[in-house]
Ligand binder design. Structure first.
Ligand SMILES: [Zn+2]
Length: 504
């Protein structure tokens, strides 16, 4: 596996600290509202990284936090006249619902900042003792960036340049800061704010302190990989490094991965521009699998644009992801049908091993086929399987990995047609194609084992309207609806068990 490391600005071979194990931390959302599609990009991208590494045989400790104390949460609580902890609890619950709906596996641990305050106080005290932090008159504790020589190594800037990028934090005691870039480790509580007692003052920790306490605690020491959105490189991740490394003398994380921004209609997404889209909103129109496919169609380090029609209803990018998604689903459905297989349970690890082993054993034997068309197909399929894995091994190039999968679908569709028209049969070939697509399903977390609930509500309404028309003996209308459905690529059959449908 090669990973582009923000720390060195190079693609590097991935070597874990401990053999076959990965300790990974991804900065999670601040929970003051429903998660937006910008939050979803690192969630999906690094979830695929985790799935792929697990598929490749690693044990992955995947930690992602919820920031449950922050100015935004406090503001929201004041607006709604409730406790900040109620706001946080509510939106953690909602975030988990959304993460599930976009196929994100739950992290191994999801620590919350407010449950780790003791550890943060301990770290801050230790930094003061070691001369890396200092307290000013009002109780604010600052990290002294001049005490950490490597400050700026992640963002590749020197201290003067960093002055421009720093986010000014509204705290008292600012005039007593030693250096412009010194950042807050602990701040005194204002009237009515949540607070914790500490040796410094009654208050709460600064945002940058939480991750460098939770990450090593839950990952078990220094990290292999620390990841997040590129907006976190500075100051958040730079400040995490400064605290952890000056406190322990050890490297915080060997590899730093950052995903690029998601833009809406080629503009930055922000609440003030009014173009803020929640995951919930998108999922109500397109399912989580389609959304994932869209997200993964672009390499994670490239900016991703998402546009919406002027009427606000359709997204051209998601429409095209939807068409591709349906094409893969139909292909898998037909392969299951031809082989007379039930859809396997991909959550069962045994099933997963079986899929992989069987496809490899088919591969080992395919030279026995003398039919040139079949042996050529096997060869191409094997090539695309290897391309799929190679591309993911190359700094998680999901865009090119997906292209390999579409080639597999093209080959499969050709043989499905041959089966339908000429009664072509070759179980091994169909099995191999099916298994490759199921491996894709597992690694990308895109469910292509078609389910009825994936039907568009529009199509569902048409099927219901047709049943209604038939019940009312309005056969003309029923036939018209059947025709409309056919134009949408849906064939319906009336069976004793009710209406069945399939895509063509
Ligand atoms: Zn963080």
């Amino acid at each position: 596996m090669k990973i582009y490391n923000t720390l060195t600005l190079k693609k590097e071979d991935f070597v874990p600290i401990e053999k076959n194990k990965i300790r990974m931390y991804v900065c999670g959302p601040t929970v003051y509202d429903l998660i937006h599609i910008g939050n979803a990009r690192p969630m999906i991208v690094f979830d695929v990284f985790r799935r792929f590494m697990e598929f490749s045989g690693y044990e992955v400790i995947y930690v992602s936090n919820f920031t449950d104390i922050d100015d935004k949460i406090i503001n929201r609580a004041n607006e709604e006249k409730v406790d900040a902890s109620d706001v946080a609890k509510k939106y953690i619950k909602e975030a988990i619902i959304d993460m599930e709906s976009i196929g994100v596996k739950m992290p191994t641990f999801t620590p919350k900042a407010t449950e780790e305050i003791d550890g943060m106080i301990e770290l801050i005290q230790s930094l003061i003792n070691k001369g890396h932090a200092y307290k000013v008159d009002d109780g604010t504790v600052y990290f002294d960036v001049s005490s950490f020589k490597e400050y700026g190594k992640l963002s590749h800037k020197n201290l003067d340049e960093l002055i421009e990028g720093v986010r000014d934090i509204k705290v008292t005691g600012k005039d007593q800061k030693k250096n412009f870039n010194d950042f807050v480790l602990w701040k005194p509580a204002k009237e009515g704010e949540p607070k914790w007692s500490s040796p410094f003052c009654e208050g709460r920790p600064g945002w940058h302190t939480e991750c460098c306490v939770m990450a090593p605690k839950y990952c078990g020491g220094s990290l292999d990989i620390h990841a997040g959105g590129e907006d976190l490189i500075f100051p958040h991740h730079e400040n995490e490094i400064a605290q952890y490394e000056s406190n322990t003398g050890k490297t915080f994380a060997n590899y730093w991965m950052h995903n690029a921004f998601l833009r809406i209609n080629n503009e930055k997404m922000s609440k003030s521009l009014g173009n803020f889209k929640t995951v919930r909103e998108i999922i109500s129109k397109y399912n989580g699998n389609i959304f994932r496919l869209f997200m993964l169609s672009t390499h994670y380090r490239s900016p991703l644009n998402f546009s919406i029609d002027s009427d606000g209803k359709k997204s051209p990018e998601l429409e095209s992801a939807k068409a591709i998604y349906q094409r893969v689903c139909t292909c898998v459905e037909r392969l299951l049908e031809i082989l007379n297989f039930d859809a396997p349970n991909l959550d069962d690890p045994k099933e997963q091993i079986k899929l992989y082993d069987t496809s490899i054993s088919i591969e080992d034997n395919f030279l026995e086929y003398s039919d040139k068309d079949i042996s050529d197909a096997f060869k191409s399929l094997k090539g695309f399987r290897m391309q799929f894995v190679d591309k993911l091994n190359d700094d998680l190039n999901t865009a090119d990995a997906l292209t390999a999968i579409y080639e597999i679908v093209n080959i499969a569709n050709r043989f499905i047609k041959k089966h339908d028209e000429e009664k072509f049969a070759c179980d091994d070939l169909f099995k191999y194609m099916l298994y490759l697509l199921l491996i894709f399903n597992k690694v990308m977390g895109i469910n292509v084992i078609n389910k009825k609930e994936d039907l568009d509500s529009e199509i569902e309404d048409l099927i219901n309207a047709r049943s209604e028309a038939k019940k009312n003996k309005d056969f003309k209308k029923a036939d018209e609806i059947r025709e409309t459905l056919l134009n949408k690529g849906i064939v319906i059959e009336d069976t004793r068990e009710g209406v069945k449908w399939k895509r063509v």
